[in-house]
Design a protein around this ligand. Structure first.
Ligand code: C2E
Ligand code: CA
Ligand code: CA
Ligand code: CA
Length: 279
């Protein structure tokens, strides 16, 4: 029995080392990912409810690594954030999304905006304002063509600095969107303090919507609150036509989700039949 226990311990230790090593290797490789052109943005459309035109696109990062394969952000964003690599990666995302938006804008899709997700770490640096300002200038975009999506936890990190950065960004004329609304702490306090133009109802309230539960009342209240504050309301994670029609009935302006369009590479976005392509 003792022998077995030792083997079991050894096995555990070995497995742990392998995991730590993999994480370290991942972080090492992530450091090279920008220079090696391994990062890509996929874009998911936002549509005017219920069946209206596309009014925006959200950029979502992916990492095509020769070592680790194709990865969605849950696999590498935590490392990017803890290592600080999210700052150069985030700057790359802003520039790449603006570059692509300019291409689309020149092709005639100029009534559409591009949204970029921001991490808490990025809002700790006042230089972010300069990065955004420069990206708009270099790619000749009007500020209204760029939306910055932040989560409440993002803003909370160091509230004072974040708020200052967000106010300066807002002063540039870009839109601020509160992502995953309803999931953070002090939601209402943040809504009051942040210079936000758009509110995205978290997918957690949408998933079981239209199944006769409390989610409908919650979503209705969020929509009423956002509208009173003059914000555009986006529902994320719309997967069924029942959700689509109920959200429209409840007064939601904008819909996003697999039902209407999955995140896709830029090249196929305007050539694909909606919802046919996906990952
Ligand atoms: P998010 O900003 O809340 O983005 C929505 C996520 O839900 C995306 O996952 C999207 O692919 C997925 N999604 C969209 N519609 C549906 C649906 O109808 N059903 C379901 N089940 N899922 C749907 P993804 O691309 O894996 O991104 C995960 C998170 O990673 C994002 O959540 C965002 O917080 C973060 N993220 C993505 N790109 C970036 C980036 O460039 N920078 C930063 N800082 N964070 C990013
Ligand atoms: Ca988002
Ligand atoms: Ca979200
Ligand atoms: Ca989310």
């Amino acid at each position: 029995a003792k022998q077995q226990g030792r083997n079991g311990y050894r096995f555990f230790e070995h497995a742990m080392n392998a995991d730590v090593q993999l994480q370290m290797q991942l972080q090492q490789d992530l450091r090279q990912a920008i220079d090696n052109n391994e990062l890509v943005l996929h874009y998911q459309p936002k549509f005017k409810a219920p069946n209206g035109p596309m009014i925006g696109l959200e950029a979502l990062i992916r990492w095509q690594s020769p070592e680790h394969g194709f990865m969605t952000p849950d696999r590498f964003l935590p490392q990017a954030e803890s290592s600080g690599l999210i700052v150069p990666i985030g700057n790359w995302v802003i520039n790449e999304a603006c570059r692509q938006m300019k291409v689309w804008s020149d092709q005639g899709h100029n009534d559409c905006s591009v949204a970029v997700n921001l991490s808490a770490v990025q809002l700790q640096h006042i230089s972010l304002v300069e990065v955004v300002d420069t990206a708009l200038e270099v790619h000749e975009l009007t500020p209204t063509q760029l939306v910055l999506e932040i989560t409440e936890s993002t803003a909370m990190h160091d509230a004072e600095t974040s708020l200052k950065v967000l106010n300066n960004l807002s002063a540039l004329g870009v839109s601020i969107s509160i992502d995953d609304f309803g999931t953070g702490y002090s939601s209402l306090l943040y809504l009051k303090q942040l210079p936000a133009n758009e509110l995205k109802i978290d997918r957690g309230f949408i998933t079981e919507l239209a199944q006769g539960n409390d989610d409908e009342a919650i979503v209705q209240a969020i929509i009423a609150l956002g509208k009173t504050l003059g914000m555009r309301i986006v529902a994320e994670g719309v997967e069924t036509s029942e959700q689509q029609s109920l959200l429209t009935q409840l007064g939601c302006d904008t819909l996003q989700g697999y039902l209407l369009g999955k995140p896709v590479p830029a090249e196929v976005l305007f050539t694909s039949v909606k919802a046919e392509l996906g990952e």
